[in-house]
Design a protein around this ligand. Structure first.
Ligand code: ADP
Ligand code: MG
Length: 702
């Protein structure tokens, strides 16, 4: 149907190039362009990442780690040391006798001179616990005269995203200049006010002015927490833009079409008949949804959510059979080698008796084996290929890809999923997509975060599972747990002892696991135990996992590498160290490694006392509930969706101002408006997407 010509929405002068601003020569314009800032509108919508609060002074003893704070004191002591590089330490004290240490790694002689003992100094920075009290590394600071009446800021200072090659001051200046050219009235509005008027939020002009330059009387606490109506107005439009982008991407994909994979009752039933169990009702329902989608000449775009242990893998296998029966290839991608290997073994066991070959491709497959795998993938002689993200790399070409399955998709970025899909582009057609996740997220959130996908939920566990009994135990009681592991293993069970990240480094995590392993080896000399961490060679990891799976090993001391997907039904006891530091979703994933067989299983959460309030609440939630959805809702409440969704998994990750958890109340409206704009005013939809997300191309490769 030809569309009637609709005039482009008014750009209100926002399309004027930044080069029109005073002081923006070709060099600056080029630097801005690299960051996607080309027009005045791009500067209007270059929103502050956060604010710095210099509106008050915090007494030193009330300083806390967290956002940067401002404090004042007098120089007590100055020390210059050299530890591989010069270090300047300045100790400040205040009238209460509280001490604050400043540490500098880059400094000039004149700076050192400035810190005369007794000199008044005002500092601003992030506080952390140091040796002997609070410490700030590289604070910004100002030396004050003895009696100087140094006022406080009357408003919050916006902090802008970095633009490579421009100082923060220049960016702020450019935004200010651009704002002077903000059109009057409601010329900026793209979305008809009638649709969002009910939210009680200000117009865009007022919202932008407030957010860039908070007025003196603005509610500071609201601005700092992102809940000010001005911020909410912008967040609303940003959520709308992303939602529109994902929805439109879905429409475009479906216009491509796909090879229909007719329902293959006989082949699928033959595979089902060889399984050692019957499908649950939920598995059957979800499988039927998938089978129907696959038979269509448009690509399936379906997300299967199912709690850990709900049996997603076998549903994927049955879907794969339908594709294979139709003569198309299937690619199954998992986020870790460990999990991909496990899928390989399962798929081989299930498919090879039916004469279907399963090929393997991971980063470590090299040389001749790699060439052979690539050839079989290219000429179609491998109907099923299991692997890691190696599947997406250049040089991998599929002969006749019909179905892409992505397991534990929250571990991948959206662009990785799209890259694999693009492997299957054949003429105009794209492969069907099945993505699976054990991260259950509430429905409204899913509708926005996965606006391009249909949703199926496996909301039932296979029969005979007993819920994992969970207890939280202070780390001091470790010796009792060692006994418990001893007993469980003596009874023929297997156990995991998990040492999660205690610092943000795989190296340190591996070390912690190593030392726990040594202690446990000593305490439990009669057990066959092994260590598993991310720093080990893939072959070693694989071998260890295989021995644990086969029951040769009784105790596996591991880092969180075992978090996703690992399935050893005889393992019925799990100890998780430092449990208070993990998020609920992650704890639930880990705990999901036990309780997979029919034996009663337990999970012990070891924590370092004393526990903070939130940590205590988190452990309590884990103790009370085995339901992934309930836990996810709680996680959302306690930590926000960034943690729950991972930071990169959705096309929604890089928000300028919105926050899926905080702004959840906007989502139903966003979804409704997105649908109506796409249906009725596609040109407005395009303008909103362009304003917030940039071109569609940039979106897909984000
Ligand atoms: P997840 O959904 O966490 O990926 P898996 O697919 O790994 O779960 O399945 C967990 C375990 O449950 C596996 O050992 C699998 O063979 C088994 N399983 C799957 N479906 C059923 C079923 N309907 N009845 C009994 N066991 C099942
Ligand atoms: Mg799984």
């Amino acid at each position: 149907m030809p569309r009637t010509a609709v005039p482009a929405p008014a750009l209100a002068g926002g399309d004027a190039p930044v080069a029109h601003l005073p002081g923006v020569g070709p060099a600056v314009a080029a630097k801005l362009a690299e960051r996607g800032i080309v027009t005045l509108q791009d500067l209007w919508f270059l929103l502050p990442l956060r604010y710095e609060d210099r509106t008050r002074l915090t007494p030193i003893r009330e300083l806390r780690p967290g956002p940067a704070q401002q404090a004042e004191g007098r120089v007590l002591h100055v020390e210059r040391t050299f530890r591989g590089r010069p270090v300047l330490k300045v100790t400040l004290g205040d009238e209460d006798g509280a001490l604050l240490q400043l540490r500098f790694f880059h400094f000039r002689g004149a700076q050192v001179q400035g810190f005369q003992p007794g000199r008044r100094v005002r500092v601003f920075g992030e506080v952390r616990p140091g040796q002997g009290g609070w410490e700030i590394i590289h604070p910004s600071y100002r030396l004050l005269g003895d009696t100087e009446a140094a006022g406080l800021s009357d408003r919050l200072d916006p902090v802008y995203p970095l633009v490579e090659g421009l100082g923060p001051g220049s960016v702020a200046r450019l935004v200010r200049l651009a704002l002077e050219r903000l059109p009057a009235g409601d010329a900026l509005e793209l979305v008809p006010a009638a649709t969002w008027g009910g939210l009680g939020l200000p117009g865009l002009r007022e919202a932008l002015l407030t957010v860039h330059r908070p007025p003196v009387e603005a509610d500071v606490a609201a601005l700092l927490s992102g809940t000010h109506p001005a911020q909410q107005r912008l967040a609303f439009e940003e959520l709308l833009a992303h939602s529109l982008g994902l929805r439109r991407q879905r429409i475009v994909l479906r216009e491509h079409g796909a090879f229909p994979l007719p329902v293959a009752r006989a082949a699928v039933d033959a595979l089902r008949a060889t399984l050692p169990f019957a499908l649950t009702g939920a598995q059957r329902r979800v499988l039927a949804e998938i089978e129907r989608d696959l038979a269509e000449p448009v690509p399936m775009l379906r997300l299967v959510q199912g709690d850990v242990g709900s049996g997603k893998t076998v549903v994927a296998a049955l879907a794969a059979m339908q594709a294979v029966a139709a003569g198309r290839q299937v690619a199954l991608m998992a986020p870790t080698e460990l999990l991909a290997e496990q899928h390989l073994r399962n798929f081989q066991r299930w498919f090879e008796p039916h004469g279907v070959r399963v090929a393997w491709l991971a980063g470590k497959v090299t040389g001749k084996a790699r060439r052979e795998a690539l050839a079989a993938i290219a000429d179609g002689s491998a109907p099923i290929v299991v692997g890691t993200h190696a599947l997406m790399q250049g040089g991998v070409a599929f002969g006749a890809l019909g179905l892409v399955i992505v397991d534990e998709q929250h571990r991948f970025g959206v662009h990785q999923r799209l890259a694999l899909r693009d492997k299957g582009l054949e003429g105009e057609r794209v492969p069907h997509q099945l993505v699976m996740t054990a991260t259950p997220i509430p429905r409204t959130l899913a509708m926005t975060a996965y606006a391009d996908l249909d949703l199926s939920v496996i909301d039932e566990l296979p029969p005979g599972r007993t819920p994992v009994a969970t207890v939280a135990v202070a780390a001091e009681r470790r010796p009792e747990l060692v006994e418990r592991v001893r007993r469980a293993c003596a009874e023929g069970r297997q156990a995991y002892w998990v040492c999660p990240l205690i610092e943000d480094s795989e190296e340190i995590e591996a070390q912690a696991a190593q030392s726990t392993f040594e202690q446990l080896s000593e305490a439990l000399p009669e057990l066959r135990l092994a260590l598993l961490h991310g720093r080990m060679k893939p072959a070693e990891k694989q071998d260890t996992m295989r021995r644990f799976q086969a029951g040769d090993l009784q105790l596996l001391v591991a880092t969180t590498v075992i978090e996703v997907g690992v399935d050893v039904p005889n393992a019925s006891l799990m100890v998780i160290e430092n449990a208070e530091r993990l998020g609920l979703a992650q704890l639930h994933q880990l705990r999901g490694r036990v309780g997979r067989g029919s034996a009663a299983s337990s999970c012990v959460l070891l924590y370092q006392s004393p526990l903070g309030v939130v940590a205590r609440e988190r452990l309590e939630v884990m103790r009370r509930s085995n339901d992934g959805f309930a836990i996810a809702e709680k996680d959302l409440e306690l930590r926000g969706p960034g943690e729950l969704l991972g930071t990169r998994q959705t096309g929604l990750a890089a928000f300028r101002i919105a926050d899926l958890g905080r702004d959840a109340r906007l989502l139903p409206q966003v979804a409704a408006i997105a649908d109506s704009l796409l249906a009725g005013s596609p040109e407005i939809a395009s303008a909103v997407i362009a304003r917030w997300v940039g071109s569609a191309a940039r979106y897909a490769s984000a």
